[in-house]
Design a binder for this molecule. Structure first.
Ligand SMILES: Cc1cc2nc3c(=O)[nH]c(=O)nc-3n(C[C@H](O)[C@H](O)[C@H](O)COP(=O)(O)O)c2cc1C
Length: 311
């Protein structure tokens, strides 16, 4: 038997998989389905203070390398989740809430309220929301990020994580890691979508989504190398007590294995979950077990963070 269990901020998961925020986790029905699925934990859609309809459709499209979206943060508002989360306590696995307030004051209000919700195991603050037109994402503004992290960690009474955008420059990794190392953030989730990609339909000679002239966040298999570099670099730069959730480009059990090798403690699935639904966790877990067995590993500890360098 292979032990796939893992721990994040002292919370035990029976396996390392969970959904990425935004993938089939907005409505009551979707969250119940995730609760009943074989994932080790689940997380809700990033929420704002007030309900939002999001951007006009079509706002999500698949392409050969993954997905593009410009959802515009559709969600029913944090109060909906505050009263609904207790219903999800019957699923005996950890529930995370994703928070994406449109200002620091909004985030503080939402996180204060969620801190009192017993059904919640942890909170993930989304510092990277590239899809609201006219708003820069906080994760690319280091001063602003420090201010957010300082303010929310003071009032949060649950384990608190930050979901980061992808970084591409070692100086940026170092700046963000230094901010997080000075805080009481318990985990980071790397990565959010690659911002502002453009997918073109050559037959129709047009873009594939309506908002923002066709520009949108990119997820799916094409983002995996960037996700892995971000997981690996943050694992290297962060204090050992701060854990890393890997997210990006997971389509198979081998992809999960690669995230673990890079140093992830938990692995989230976005685009692939949107494409195949919550049953996909069964396949990913089976594939992960097969690869672990082939390598004669009996638990995740045998491979977690064990990426080798060329000599
Ligand atoms: C339809 C859709 C909606 C998303 N909404 C959110 C969101 O609300 N909050 C968030 O932190 N990330 C959101 N994301 C980003 C994903 O959580 C994930 O970080 C990204 O898609 C990379 O993972 P993937 O390659 O598995 O798709 C969304 C992604 C998709 C495809």
């Amino acid at each position: 038997m292979i032990d796939l269990s893992t721990t994040i901020t002292g919370i035990k998961l029976k396996n390392p998989l969970m959904n990425a925020s935004g993938a089939l986790c907005m409505t009551k029905e979707e969250l119940h389905e995730l609760g009943a699925s074989s994932s080790g934990a689940f997380i809700s859609k990033s929420c704002t203070l007030l309900a939002r309809d999001g951007n006009p459709e079509p706002r999500y499209a698949d392409f050969s390398g993954g997905s593009i979206n410009s959802m515009g943060l559709p969600n029913p508002g944090y109060q909906f989740y505050t009263s609904f989360f207790p219903e999800l306590a019957k699923y005996t696995k950890p529930l995370f809430a994703s928070v994406s307030g449109l200002s620091l004051a909004d985030n503080v209000q939402i996180i204060k309220t969620f801190s009192e919700v017993k059904a919640l195991s942890a909170i993930e603050l989304n510092l990277s929301c590239p899809n609201v037109p006219g708003k820069p994402q906080v994760g690319y503004d280091f001063e602003h990020s420090a201010e957010y992290i300082h303010a929310v960690s003071k009032i949060c009474k649950k384990p608190l994580g930050v979901k980061l955008p992808p970084y591409f420059d070692f100086a940026h990794f170092e700046q963000m890691a230094a901010i997080i190392n000075k805080s009481n953030i318990a985990f980071v989730t790397c990565i959010n979508s690659l911002g502002n990609g453009l997918v073109i339909d050559p037959a129709k000679e047009q873009v594939v989504i309506k908002p923002k002239g066709g520009y949108g966040g990119i997820g799916g298999s094409c983002v995996k190398p960037i996700a892995l570099s971000n997981v690996h670099k943050f694992r290297e730069l962060l204090k050992p007590s701060i854990q890393v959730i890997g997210c990006g480009g997971v389509t198979s059990g081998t992809d999960v294995f690669e995230h673990l090798l890079a140093g992830a403690d938990v692995v989230q699935v976005g685009t692939t979950l949107v494409q195949y639904g919550p049953k996909v966790f069964d396949r990913l877990l089976k594939e992960l077990e097969i690869i672990m067995k082939k390598k004669q590993y009996s638990s995740l500890v045998d491979c977690k963070g064990k990426l080798k360098q060329l000599s």
